[in-house]
Design a protein around this ligand. Sequence first.
Ligand code: NAD
Length: 457
Amino acid sequence: MVQSNPEHVVNKLRNTFASGKTKSVNFRIKQLKALAKLLDENTPLIVEALTKDLNKCEIESIIMEIDVVKNEIKYILMHIHDWTKPERPSKSLANVLDSVYILHDPYGVVLVLGAWNYPLQLALNPFLGAIAAGNTVLLKPSELSPATSKFLAEYIPQYLDSEAYQVFEGGIPETTALLKQKFDYIFYTGSSSVGKVILEAAAKHLTPVTLELGGKSPVYIDSSADIEVAAKRILWGKCANSGQTCVAPDYILCSKEVEDKFVKVAKKILTDFYGEDIKSSTNYGRIVNDRHFQRILSLLKGSKVAIGGDSDASEKYISPTVLVDVKATDPVMQEEIFGPLLPIVNVESVYEAIEFINSKEKPLALYIFSNKKKDVDQILANTSSGGVCVNDTIMHLIVMSLPFGGVGNSGMGSYHGKFSFDTFVHNKGVLYKNLGYIGELLSCAKYPPYTKGKMRY
Ligand code: NAD
């Protein structure tokens, strides 16, 4: 890995931004199309990198990484001409002769810090949002997914303009050095604890940030739900990428009766998904590194395993594991699991579920499985979370017209679709006054000497 120092890289990007090159909408479109081409022409290499990093299977890599980015590019290309146009807001009688409009100014030099769990999608989606908005961008992929990081560092310069977009590889020392530079916007995806480091560094330059963080995303299931369908959708959300998904269902809140039904159907569903020997299934992933592997296993302490509980350190394999009789004080309920453990905590009513959810930090996602609209509305009205998906998990992320982001401990700001564009622009309000005689007559009340007569205007 040979790269110049952060100061030089940022200066280069700042000079390119000052040249105005990235502000041209046609230039942005060309770059976005080049990024789509990069994905199209190198799909096998991307799949190979994702397999190396996370043992992701081909289909999951295509659906949950490559296609997500391609769809985002398509959506942006469809709308970019509309979004970049100056907006004409309403105006009052006092400005009848004037123009009032909003310009969508790119911020300048944007730093995007990617995460390792969806190392392609979580690096490229904010990256392309910043491009669409007309910025120059420094992308730092996660060092914890080195194969994907290397791929991005090698291939982005082959397809995109290197004066405007740079990839910077590295871990904590490199990120620390980058954060000393002045950026015009920082977009970070990762843990809440590192989120605080980013926010502190950004504060030194008053740099605005988006923080896409994590948290324990709860699932509430009541007895009106179809438990088999609910279990299928929850286990899919939990087991994808071995639970290393920021919006993975973290734990379940339900009655004992629902828990019994859930456990009964879950065994069969897991066999349907992965066969009798889950470890040998090509559809099931691995934990990213030893640190996370040991951390997840340590969360099992004191919990009653109803399904799974198997692991193999040599492969960083942990089987899908359902835990029952879990108490709020158990280790598994103290932090975001970010692995394939699914604890079930018993609650007797929707009110108890709401109280439980509100006793914890605000989650990134909240899932409700119910056919009782009144109870669903009750939860929606009385809890706070980044987003909500009723009767499914994770799927709210791919609705392009919805903002995706956290609140409180799960983050600040949002992106996807138009929200990505909005994230990376400053909305500059412009009042363009008329200089003529009538315009001046309408303005005269503001000049001294102030008289009661003028106050009538
Ligand atoms: P992390 O937050 O510990 O590390 C992320 C990056 O931060 C690394 O690349 C590392 O180099 C850098 N870093 C770590 N310590 C640093 C320091 N002191 N100074 C500067 N940089 C530092 O990653 P993690 O905890 O393994 O990530 C998992 C978390 O990310 C989970 O909480 C998950 O929910 C969250 N996440 C959120 C989203 C989202 O979209 N909201 C997506 C993926 C992951």
